[in-house]
Design a protein around this ligand. Structure first.
Ligand code: ADP
Ligand code: ADP
Length: 225
């Protein structure tokens, strides 16, 4: 069974903007799909509906066969703006969802430290977001999303605000985590280099109204140059 089943999904906003039309997408276990397309083609709208932050006008979205209704810990979200809690340290940010689940503090810390190490932030556990670079903040956001063991990781232009070199490092980090840990990922971008460097499928959308135009395999490995 597919992890995520998007069927006949359309979205018309109040005011009449048709952001998305008749969209079908099946996401299989361990797929890393980049969703590529120009600004305004409905990429964020699609991702936000999977996240449960918005709802389709028509059609259905199901995760593991269950209709999506609102946000949930089974979907880990990473946005372009790092959206860390500024009053919490790196460790506390990564623990956030674990605390919500009621995990004992010692277990929270042990698990969070594993993910902090995975994203290369050893030694920064007690830093606050404002003491970190953009790339490091996004590493923290990634660790926080992964620590909750989501069924699917949803990323909306997560590296879009980073400089070119940091962006490449983050792409390599994410690609490595996906290859090592069998994650299922939906990753929105308007950068074609990003779409052919990461993942195993590239879904290309076009605007007016937003639609999926093609769904292409991205062969491994991904040589950078
Ligand atoms: P993308 O992420 O591909 O840039 P979006 O999903 O953000 O595209 O937007 C798709 C279309 O829907 C655009 O025309 C955008 O202006 C419109 N749109 C997005 N969000 C809203 C909203 N909350 N209200 C009205 N229109 C919206
Ligand atoms: P992106 O291209 O990354 O989706 P946008 O600048 O299009 O970013 O949208 C940023 C936010 O503004 C989103 O939450 C989106 O839903 C909202 N938005 C986009 N277009 C409109 C619109 N025409 N009316 C109201 N809200 C909008």
């Amino acid at each position: 069974m597919s992890v995520l089943h998007i069927s006949g999904v359309s979205k018309t906003f109040t005011g009449g903007t048709v952001a998305l039309q008749a969209t079908d997408l099946q996401v299989e276990e361990n797929d890393f799909i980049t969703i590529l397309g120009p600004s305004g083609c409905g990429k964020s709208t699609l991702l936000r509906m999977v996240a449960g932050l918005d709802s389709p006008t028509t059609g259905s979205i199901a995760l593991d066969g269950k209709p999506v209704a609102g946000p949930g810990a089974d979907r880990g979200m990473v946005f372009q703006s790092y959206t860390l809690f500024p009053w919490l340290t790196v460790l506390q940010n990564v623990c956030f969802g674990l605390r919500e689940k009621g995990m004992p503090l010692a277990d929270q810390h042990a698990l969070a430290r594993q993910f902090i190490a995975k994203v290369g932030l050893n030694g920064f556990e007690n830093h606050f977001p404002k003491q970190l670079s953009g790339g490091m903040q996004q590493r923290t956001a990634l660790a926080r999303a992964l620590a909750n063991a989501p069924r699917i990781l949803l990323m909306d232009e997560p590296f879009g605000a980073l400089d070119h070199q940091t962006r490449e490092l983050m792409q390599e980090l994410l690609q490595g985590i996906w290859e090592a840990e069998q994650k299922t990922v939906l990753f929105v971008t308007h950068d074609i280099d990003e779409a052919i460097f990461m993942g195993n499928r590239a879904v290309v959308m076009s605007a007016r109204p937003g639609r999926i135009k093609c769904d292409l395999p991205v062969p491994l490995p991904h040589p950078r140059h």
